[in-house]
Write a protein that binds this ligand. Sequence first.
Ligand SMILES: *Cc1c(COP(=O)(O)O)cnc(C)c1O
Length: 362
Amino acid sequence: MIDTQAPSRAHNFCAGPASLPTPVLLRAQQEMLDWGGRGVSVMEVSHRGADYIALAAKAEADLRTLMDIPDEYAVLFLQGGASLQFSALVMNLLQNRADYVLTGAWSAKAFDEAQRLELGDIACAGSSKDTGYTTMPHIDARQGIDYLHYCANETIHGVQMFNTPKIDAPLVCDMSSCILSEPINVREFGMIYAGAQKNIGPAGLTLVIIDRELLGRARRICPHILNYEVQTKSDSMQNTPATYSWYLAGLVFEWLLEQGGLNAIGTQNRHKAKTLYDFIDQSDFYSNKVDACYRSIMNVPFTLADATLDARFLQESSAAGLLNLKGHRVVGGMRASIYNAVPQEAVDALVAFMADFEKRQG
Ligand SMILES: *Cc1c(COP(=O)(O)O)cnc(C)c1O
């Protein structure tokens, strides 16, 4: 892939939809009007055509290579975002009871959506809410549950569960904001799902990776479009998929393979996060409240000692080409999302800006 940095690209710390690798966007730009000599763009062809089917299969094969996904797992390219999976997974997997771990805004939402359906007994197996979601709770799952749901990385609160819970039931994990950020062992999970717009590609696509053993349990009320078994049998083409998002995700997978895969990208991600947390920790002006061992390597929330300076920080950082640093409204302060496509140089530039701002205002 072409590796020229386009000169006008800013450093983008947006939490999602997030930064995409410049070489991927250049390739998409190159192919926009004429996809490989076909005289049309990828967006303008049938998803049933041989060319598109080959593209879709290549994207899946590259993802399987990247994440080392065994054949016993189905990989689905769906729509509706991670939020629709909050309901879909319940309709597909819940027989009687399931437990949820509450570690931040997203897992709390998943729990709420599961309860809303009234399809069975949904309980909380541990919550860190009373700490303001700054640490990880003890997990106490019930016997005989159909699955345990948790969120590996809480995008809003900046807390990450680095160790997979060891329990005797299928694990269902929302990996929307940490998928592809470092190697994981897919075999430890019953199901993994992720909205694409953080670390995979543009919005509109949702990945589901599911142990085939868990297929075939869907409740009767489950729409066919949301039924993982039906979608597995139709290669995620039960209806028209998000063809362009799928194509771009495929380019991101190729880019990740060129970077050396998830081991290499994981090392870079750890280094980026360490750069930022180390700087925050040595400063009296900036702070991050999350327990050191659970600090997210993808989303770094931080506050300024004087919140009346927030607006000036945002205005000046944006003028310096450091974009989208405003924290989520439920947490306040700032947040730097440093996904795969955000390079070390962006983090270095952010730290240099923060140091300078502190010197002038602190
Ligand atoms: C962004 C996000 C979601 C919601 O994703 P949508 O695709 O907007 O539904 C859910 N969970 C996590 C962890 C997220 O980061």
